[in-house]
Design a protein. Structure first.
Length: 400
């Protein structure tokens, strides 16, 4: 086992499989063990949580519920789950101190009031709604959050509904909401499977604000956007809707190939890519961005692979150092094409219009030497050899 002198970040970089196999009660000692406000251990743990896959966060949070004195760690994990919903998160204090406001987290998002988060391992013990509202009012008075900001209580282990009843019967029924840890995990899972993450994330975040759900359209939109994303991913596997041939591909095979490519590209770049949605990935600073798409092999030797490149993909990639990764389901190689290439050569791509918008079409053709190239509409071939990276024999960052 690596020595205690290894930082969590260096351990994740040098031995990711081992680092991500650790339970949270093994991670905390490697961070320094004594997690306190502002100390090096808390900073290292927070940085590590920013880098790990969401699935690890789910496991860590559940494990915290079975451990003694891990409420502070659960607080950090819940704040990181909020970041996976693209909230701008301000972490709170572990312990109150004179002159400081004792919130657990502030979750901000553009165009919405803020959420003051309170994290509890269980609802068995009484929660003072007056105290939580006092924190909220003090933050408003300091100008740190808007006046209409609300409180969200995240409960790890639910009881018999006493907290819900207390909120419902109090003067705070319009400003306080609660969600179970499992409920928050489900929202992160839904968000990670959406193919239009920006729209889905906005809808999910707004579910966490105090709204009386007489009008159910927002909830329906969240569910529909996830289903629509699944359908769009399947449609992207055919050269055109009317030309799609052969049986549909198992989505599990597609996702497996995509993850294999992401692991290899992460190792190639030496940076951990975190899932933003089904096809989108980025580093924790959001600078390196990847859209990864997969094609099965078609019974067409001239054009064996096909992809649809959507404008929303181009927008996502354009907001950082972006790469479109093209995967072939039956090949142990993939191709990372810089988004800048598409910006410079868009006029050479085929275009198709659909009811839900325009997309660019990418066909791959096989050259005489067996390598692959993009088949452009001006008759030219763009060799993908400079963009190729191998999926085999690469130790993946994020392997389990």
């Amino acid at each position: 086992m690596p020595g205690a002198e290894n930082t969590l970040r260096s351990l994740l970089a040098s031995n990711p499989k081992f680092a991500l196999s650790l339970q949270i009660d093994q991670v905390v000692p490697l961070a320094g063990g004594d997690i306190k406000d502002g100390n090096d251990a808390s900073k290292e743990l927070r940085e590590f949580l920013r880098l790990v896959p969401a699935e690890n966060l789910f496991e860590y949070s559940r494990r915290c519920l079975d451990l003694t004195d891990y409420g502070f760690v659960l607080q950090e994990i819940v704040n990181e789950l909020a970041r996976r919903l693209d909230f701008d998160v301000e972490n709170g204090l572990f312990k109150g101190k004179p002159g400081a406001i004792g919130f657990d987290g502030i979750w901000r998002s553009p165009g919405d009031p803020a959420i003051v988060a309170e994290v509890k391992t269980t609802e068995v013990y009484a929660v003072s709604l007056d105290t939580l509202d006092k924190y909220r009012r003090e933050l408003v008075a300091q100008g740190r959050i808007p006046k209409l900001s609300s409180i969200l209580i995240v409960v790890g282990r639910e009881g018999k509904g006493a907290l819900e009843a207390a909120i419902r019967g109090s003067e705070f029924s319009r400003s306080v909401r609660m969600i179970s840890l499992e409920g928050l995990i489900k929202l992160v899972q839904i968000n990670s499977q959406a193919d239009d993450p920006d729209a889905t994330t906005i809808r999910i975040r707004r579910l966490l604000h105090p709204v009386e759900y007489i009008q159910l359209d927002n909830i329906i939109d969240v569910i529909f956007s996830t289903i629509a994303g699944e359908e769009e991913e399947g449609q992207a596997l055919g050269p055109a809707d009317e030309l799609a041939d052969g049986p549909k591909v198992d989505p599990g095979l597609i996702d497996g190939k995509r993850q294999q490519a992401i692991d290899a590209f992460s190792a190639l770049k030496g940076r951990q890519l975190i899932r933003r949605s089904r096809t989108f990935f980025w580093t924790n600073d959001k600078e390196l961005r990847v859209c990864c798409t997969v094609s099965k092999r078609y019974e067409n030797d001239a054009r064996p692979y096909f992809y649809a490149y959507h404008p929303k993909w181009d927008t996502f990639l354009g907001e950082g150092q972006g790469f479109l990764i093209l995967c072939c389901l039956d090949r142990d190689e993939a191709f990372a094409v810089p988004r800048t290439w598409f910006a410079d050569n868009r006029q050479s791509l085929y275009v198709a219009g659909r009811a839900n918008g325009t997309r660019w079409l990418i066909w791959l053709t096989t050259l005489a030497d067996g390598s692959l190239a993009m088949d452009l509409k001006d008759g030219k071939k763009y060799s993908l050899e400079p963009n190729k990276f191998i999926l085999q024999r690469v130790r993946p960052l994020g392997a389990r």
